[in-house]
Design a protein around this ligand. Structure first.
Ligand code: AMP
Ligand code: ZN
Length: 146
């Protein structure tokens, strides 16, 4: 399947690279929320977080953490969102794993609204039961990843 990020990593499409190493490449989002919006992507093609080896995912998050204060400094942003959309249902449009580093300003109009206004506060028993299921599944040696 055609992948625009693989194209630009291979030099076959225009890109403004701001960081690269053997595993990761970071470049300017073509349609930034605000100027300075960076995408940190794997050099190799992995569709989503569920497909990325753990050490690669950790490395990418490390790169995002390294770039975050730099982006904030050069843009004068008042805050940042570090976001991963994993899977089309979660709003992932480009199915090549990447981490967004998004500079934010008060009143800029972008919002990842949490708590979600459409959701209710569940009973504590529901929260406890779900927490217990997560604990059990985390202990399972063949348990699922993201
Ligand atoms: P997501 O919805 O998390 O997959 O985000 C995809 C992001 O990729 C969006 O913010 C797009 O603006 C950005 N994007 C799409 N095509 C390109 C491109 N050719 N170069 C840089 N950023 C891109
Ligand atoms: Zn790709």
């Amino acid at each position: 399947m055609h992948c625009i990020f693989c194209d630009l990593i291979a030099g076959a499409a225009e890109v403004s690279v701001c960081y690269e190493d053997a595993t990761a490449i970071a470049f300017m989002d073509i349609q930034p929320v605000n100027n300075g919006h960076v995408l940190v992507a794997t050099r190799d093609h992995y569709a989503s977080l569920a497909d990325v080896p753990e050490e690669v995912a950790m490395h990418l998050f490390g790169v995002a953490l390294k770039l975050a204060p730099v982006v904030r400094k050069i843009t004068g942003a008042q805050g940042l969102n570090i976001v991963v959309n994993s899977g089309a249902a979660a709003g992932q449009d480009v199915l090549h794993y990447h981490v967004h580093v998004i500079p934010r300003y008060r009143g800029d109009g972008f919002d990842i609204q949490l708590p979600f206004p459409g959701s209710a506060v569940p009973d504590r028993t529901v929260l406890d039961a779900t927490a217990a299921r997560i604990i059990a599944a985390t202990r399972d040696p063949v348990g699922p990843r993201a």
